[in-house]
Design a protein around this ligand. Sequence first.
Ligand SMILES: [Zn+2]
Length: 129
Amino acid sequence: MMNAVRNTFHVRKDDQVQVIAGKEKGKTAKVLRVYSKTGRVVLEKLNMVKRHVKPSQKNPQGGISEKELPIHVSNVLLVCSKCGKGTRHGVKQAAPAAAKAGKTKTAKTVQKKIRVCKRCGASPDQAKA
Ligand SMILES: [Zn+2]
């Protein structure tokens, strides 16, 4: 599960994102799940829907339960911790440590991509790593 997946989006699980379209527009929430096949994300406590549940063994009362509906990934922006709001992020190659030190250790540079805020240049990935 920790392998780099090709089908990744600008947001990942546990990211803080801002909703830019739909009924939850303007709100921020944490990403609980990413469905890479459908391009949708589940956000904590957003886009809740009420489900009427019939009484069952598990839930003898029945009644109404609420759950989050996934929304499309294009409707959310990654929140920059520095800017404090949803901003567009670009992807750039993280500078290899060897190149910084001036040593030419060719070919063995790790091609690590990080996401950077287009406004201030801060990266949520560096902070997490
Ligand atoms: Zn920023």
